[in-house]
Design a protein around this ligand. Structure first.
Ligand code: XMP
Length: 536
């Protein structure tokens, strides 16, 4: 399969480069910027992948600072079918190429940040190299996205400037005789006009990559490799009910004999309304034979009794989860050779600036706890991560192909400690039930009003505040429920969802009518930062 490798120098948007090109049907992989290139190419070849081009990503450092990250110099001598390997440097990437190849990079008096016009230089246009390599296609002027504190002050020999930013700095470079290009801006960022067109032009016109990447292909690859890896050993997957673990379960059931696949789900009493039932139904529908639903509600609620500090609650839930998990896994009596599967995603494995695989011991378990079980299995080399090559959007696509229910595929994120961090103060069964009802009405309404998919995460919170109200002629003292809805792309930052007031008014009335214990509904209008998405 044709592949484009991305050398990561630490930009926040490196992953986006990979995603955008994969969305075009061309496989990408992100590697640490300083990877030994021969080894990297060899690894790809072993997988049957053919590397057709390299992208050098952006990064936060300055290329002129000694010790700043640099690629293996051999990348400048690589050839493919007797011609130089196509290279695209983005921001730090082109500055790095410039510095490595004899040009000069210096600090700008003032950082260039945000939307800036880029103008292609007249007479040069998008530039066709002397060897008639295809040009990088883009319109004569457009608005790009810049974020850099350094600029190129002398081009490396062989390069020419083909585009300039509105502030007068070099924005696009091309090599006279090699399929090498540089962009000072970030085509991978959605604010950059024609960004996809530019990346597509690199992938298809310069690298001549053929489309070979889609989820059908991924399923076929896993179906041929996974049975070989596990042989006759059983595989255990802990299911949380979220997208990743459910799709991982569906994939295991498709790729392996379902008789080997054990799925375990712990109901800790802090799940949403009907969640356990839905998880059970959807996994059975996917062909699960060994589904172990552990009902541990009483155990968790007793452990939480009297605790009101958020950190105490989180720790108690996490520790108990490990205890229950170990006990229940032991109870299954699987042979020691069993494999433990996790729904780790590609993004979980990448630490910006270090590339894939450098992140110390990624732990993604059901409740984000550093489980000794996972550590032991990892040490024994018996962890399976069938989604580890995928981005979240791809997992959703895969889920649909595997017939995972649309409701699960579209589901908003849900924190490991569940309602435990959405009931402020002490958690009781009664409060869980109140919150479950209010939250279900809220989420149901969002779906009915076609608002659910426009929101990244929405949920109700039970505050410890009771306020006075009236019901009929009687004064009543009811709980205050807060509604939260945010837009976000990764949960790191979030904006408040700007509801139409009428929707909020109607949802509030529905909640107070249906849940008599709730006397008041408020809407949280705090973005992140400074507020976090969850309240505890
Ligand atoms: P915050 O509240 O930190 O949340 O802004 C960002 C995202 O992470 C989720 N979250 C958690 N997820 N275990 C999880 O699996 C947790 O302990 C946890 N705490 C917060 C939160 O729901 C949001 O999507």
């Amino acid at each position: 399969m044709d592949t484009i490798l991305i050398l990561d120098f630490g930009s926040q948007t490196t992953q986006l480069i990979g995603r955008r090109i994969r969305d075009m049907g061309v496989y990408t992989e992100i590697l640490p910027g300083d990877s030994a290139i021969d080894e990297a190419l060899q690894k790809q070849a072993e997988k049957g992948h053919k590397v057709k081009g390299l992208i050098l990503s952006g990064g936060p450092e300055s290329v002129y600072v000694p010790g700043s990250p640099a690629p293996d110099k051999k990348i400048y001598g690589l050839e493919i079918e007797g011609k130089p390997m196509p290279l695209l440097g983005i921001c730090y990437g082109i500055q790095r190429m410039t510095q490595d190849l004899g040009g000069k990079v210096e600090a700008l008096p003032e950082r260039e940040y945000g939307r800036k016009k880029v103008i292609l230089m007249s007479g040069i246009g998008a530039y066709v190299g002397a060897n008639n390599y295809s040009p990088l296609h883009m319109p004569p002027d457009f608005t790009a996205w810049m974020s850099h504190g350094d600029t190129i002050t002398a081009l490396a020999p062989g390069f020419i400037q083909t585009g300039t930013s509105e502030t007068g700095y070099p924005a696009i470079l091309a090599h006279e005789s090699k399929p090498w290009f540089g962009l000072q801006f970030h085509p991978e960022v959605t604010h950059c006009e024609h960004g996809d067109e530019i990346l597509a032009s690199f992938a298809f016109d310069l690298c001549h990559a053929e489309k070979g990447w889609d989820m059908e292909h991924y399923i076929a690859e896993i179906r041929s490799s996974l049975p070989q890896q596990v042989g006759a050993s059983p595989v255990l997957l802990l299911i949380s009910g979220g997208v990743d673990s459910t799709v991982a379960g569906a994939l295991l059931l498709k790729a392996l004999d379902p008789g080997l696949v054990h799925l375990m789900y712990v109901d800790n009493g802090l799940m949403r309304k009907n969640e356990t039932m839905q998880v059970e139904e959807s996994l059975k529908r996917l062909g699960a034979k060994h589904l172990h639903i552990i009902h541990a509600e009483d155990e968790f609620l007793s452990a939480l009794k009297g605790l009101s500090e958020p950190e105490d609650k989180r720790k108690t839930i996490g520790d108990l989860f490990i205890k229950v998990q170990e006990r229940e896994v032991a109870r299954l009596g699987l042979p020691d050779t069993y494999y433990l599967a996790q729904g780790t995603l590609y993004t979980d494995l990448i630490e910006s600036g270090k590339g894939v695989g450098k992140k110390a011991h990624v732990i993604k378990t059901h409740h984000n706890v550093a489980s000794p079980l996972v550590a032991a299995k990892r040490d024994a080399g018996r962890i399976i991560e069938p989604l580890a090559g995928l981005y979240k959007d791809e997992v959703r696509r895969l889920g649909r192909l595997l017939n995972v229910a649309e409701d699960v595929v579209r589901r908003h994120p849900f924190p490991g400690p569940g309602l435990g961090v959405r009931i402020l103060g002490e958690v009781t069964k009664e409060k869980c039930d109140i919150l479950r009802e209010a939250d279900a009405i809220y989420i149901d309404e969002l779906k009915k009003r076609n608002l659910y998919d426009a929101i990244w995460q929405a949920f109700a919170v039970l505050t410890p505040v009771r306020t006075v109200g009236v019901a009929g002629d009687i004064r009543k003292y009811g709980w205050t429920v807060a509604l939260r809805a945010v837009t976000s792309s990764d949960g790191m930052t979030a904006d408040v969802y700007p509801f139409n007031m009428q929707d909020l008014l109607e949802i509030s009335t529905l909640i107070t009518n249906a849940v008599p214990e709730v006397g008041r509904v408020v809407y949280d209008i705090s973005s992140k930062p400074p507020a976090t998405i969850e309240w505890e």
